[in-house]
Structures are given as C-alpha cells and as structure tokens.
Design a protein around this ligand. Structure first.
Ligand SMILES: [Ca+2]
Ligand SMILES: [Ca+2]
Ligand SMILES: [Ca+2]
Length: 394
C-alpha cells in the first residue's frame, strides 16, 4: 500500500511536468507588451487638429494596464504648436488598444513641417516594447505671416526729388530694375565667405501684403543645405549721392545673415574691393538687435574696412524699420529710423576713396559663412526678410 501512494505521487509529478494535467502548477500568465504608433497629418487651418497616437497591447490582459504618456518637443513646441500631454493612460481588461489625442494648433500661415513625440513610461501590468513615437505636422499653407508694425519714413524730403523707387506692391520682381544672383558664388564658391546657401532664381521670393519677401529655407539644392535669394540692380539702377530709404523687417537666428548693401558700378572691371562696398545694414541673426554698417575699400594690395555698429533696444526682427543711407561727396552716413548708425568720411580712408562714384544696390539673406557661423538647432526655418519699399532721393 505504501508503494501505491508513492507511485501515484510520481505519476502526478511527471504529468504536471509534461503539462498533461493542470492540477499542480500555477497557470502561465504572459505579461502583455505595449507599443505605440506615430501619426503624420496636415496641420489644419483653424482651431485645433486632433493627432491620434495608437497605443497597443500585443495580448489582451485580464488586468487593467496603465502607462504614462508625455509629449516631447521637437521642432514643434508646446503651446505654440500643440497642447502638451502628460497623463496616465489605462487599457481596460480584455482591450488591446487605446487612442491618445494630442491637439495640434492649426493656422493659415506657412511654416516648415514640424515634429514632436509622445513618450511612454511607467508601465503597470505590462512591459514597454516601443516607448516613443513621432508626430509629423505637415505644412498645408502658402500664405506668409506678415507683421505690419514698425517705423515708416516720409514719402518726400525738402529739397530732394524721388529718382527711383520700388514699393514692392506688385506680384512679381520688376526685372527691368533687378537681377537675381543665382547659385553658390562659384568658382570662388560660397560668395567668398563659405556661405551655405544656394541662391535661386525666384523660388525663394514672394510678393504678398505689398511686400517683397525673401525666404531662407533649410533644403538641399545643388550641394548646398539651404536656399535663399540675392538681388542686385547692377547695370539697371545705380546712382551717386542722395538718400536711400529701405523699409525692411529682417530675419533672425543663429547663422542667418541679412544685408542691404551697395557696390561700385565698376565692380566687374575694377573688382572687389577696389570698386568700394557700402554696407547700410548687416545683421548676424544671433544678435538681432545689433546693426553693422561698414565700408570696404582697397588699401595697397589688400582689402580694408571700417566697421561700425549700433545696438537697438529690441530685436530688429520684431517689426519693420527703415534703414537709410545719406550720401554726399566724401561723406557717408547710415541711419535706422532716422537715427545715425555710422558716419564715414574721406579723411578716414587712407587709400583711394572709391565712394564718389555710382553704386548699385544688393539685398540678400545669406545662411552661414565665416562671419555668422552655421545655423544650429536653435535656428528656426523658414526665415523671412520682408521689404516694404526702397526709395532713392536726390
Ligand atoms: Ca494650416
Ligand atoms: Ca501653418
Ligand atoms: Ca510696399
């Protein structure tokens, strides 16, 4: 009889190990794993757009599963671009998926495609198979946001006449007056400053709200990582002396380099710097309240420059300002909103003074280069340089 009970015990153990009966081992419970799927949608044009992330379990669970979901900023920022989420999500027993909605701020203005992420953490009654998924907000707008505020200059000056103006109120560039500088400045390349942009023939130029708008974009073109616009009036509009007013709103950000400047008409024959260069405005986008005004000229066998600057109380990118040149024989004055930035005169130039000749105008936004350095992850693209008018009085 003793052997009989030993025999039964061994039989039970062997059966349990083989799994042929379920009497003596706890049932196998597999912990479900959580994964998350990203979402890619157009931004929408008013109110908010619902971006739905799907959180999934690989198996239904008999228990309530929970996990924390938190939005993480990318190029899209909390509040400005989406309503931040930071909450615990539950999946009821028997269910295998749940949606997490993030409300994206919709508008009608052109932006780059932007992204953010939803990150999962602190799983309960489950493990994490995928912890992060991306959301891509696709731009669906063509209209550029124009802030109209800022300084406006008089339309006339006592004792002077308007000799040339472009109010930029049309729908296209007036090519009777303006040329596109196209490309990357090769064979010297990068316009001699190791700049990173490729200048296009109109792809980066817009006319809207009575403004001409240069768009600096982050995009690959012909071996460059950015595109932008550079315009000049060479062989079309040049002048000597008088007053130039340019109403502009400049772009900003590390590596962004807007400029309103002039070169001597003899640029193609005498070359730079012998032709002379007058920089009415240059701004390094990382210092958007500081205006540089500079003259460049040839001194002996080398280039020389006199550089001056003025720091304004706020960013020049916030609104429109009027950048001016007051130019007479042997004297150059640059101004912002009718306040002096810099004064130069012939006595400061201990070389041939090239500034008593005709000059033409150049307006551009460069990206990168030796002076501003490269854009970084703080630089927002696209950037817009907006021109309301250029007027020349003599
Ligand atoms: Ca939109
Ligand atoms: Ca938009
Ligand atoms: Ca205008």
């Amino acid at each position: 009889m003793k052997h009989f009970w030993i025999y039964i015990f061994i039989l039970l153990m062997v059966s349990c190990k083989k799994g042929t009966i379920d009497c003596c081992l706890p049932p196998v419970v597999s912990t479900p794993s959580i994964s998350i799927e990203g979402v890619s949608l157009s931004e929408g044009n008013n109110g908010t757009s619902e971006f739905a992330f799907i959180i999934k379990l690989n198996n239904a669970s008999s228990q309530t599963v929970s996990v924390k979901a938190t939005t993480v900023e990318g190029t899209a920022k909390a509040t400005a671009d989406f309503a931040a989420v930071d909450k615990t999500i539950t999946i009821s027993p028997g269910e295998t998926s749940v949606k997490v909605i993030v409300n994206v701020v919709a508008d009608e203005f052109k932006e780059a495609d932007e992204d953010f992420q939803l990150m999962l953490s602190e799983p309960s009654n489950a493990t994490l198979a995928t912890a992060v998924a991306g959301a891509f907000i696709m731009n669906d707008d063509t209209k550029i946001q124009v802030v109209e505020t800022g300084y406006t200059s008089p339309t006339s000056y006592t004792g002077m006449s308007l000799v040339w103006a472009d109010e930029f109120n049309g729908t296209a560039l007036n090519t009777a007056d303006w040329n596109y500088d196209i490309g990357d400045g090769c064979p010297n390349c990068g316009w001699g400053n190791n700049e990173l942009q490729y200048y296009t023939a109109g792809d980066n130029l817009y006319f809207q709200n009575g403004k001409m708008i240069i768009e600096a974009r982050k995009e690959n073109k012909n071996g460059k990582s950015y595109t932008s616009t550079r315009l000049n009036t060479m062989n079309k509009k040049s002048f000597k002396f008088g007053r130039v007013d340019v109403r502009a709103k400049i772009p900003y950000g590390q590596g962004i380099w807007p400029a309103i400047w002039m070169l001597g008409d003899n640029f193609t024959t005498a070359g730079w710097p012998a032709c002379g260069e007058i920089d009415i405005l240059e701004v390094l986008g990382q210092q958007p309240s500081k205006i540089y005004s500079t003259i460049h000229f040839k001194s002996g066998n080398t280039s020389a420059r006199i550089e001056k600057s003025l720091v304004m109380p706020s960013s020049l990118a916030d609104e429109f300002h009027v950048y001016s040149l007051l130019w007479e024989k042997d004297k150059i004055v640059t101004m912002v909103d009718d306040k002096v930035i810099a004064e130069f005169n012939a006595a400061m130039v201990s070389a041939t003074y090239p500034f008593n000749e005709k000059f033409f105008v150049i307006i551009n936004t460069a990206v990168g280069g030796n002076w501003p350095g490269s854009p970084n992850n703080t630089t927002y693209f696209p950037q817009f340089m907006m021109l309301d008018y250029i007027r020349v009085f003599q």
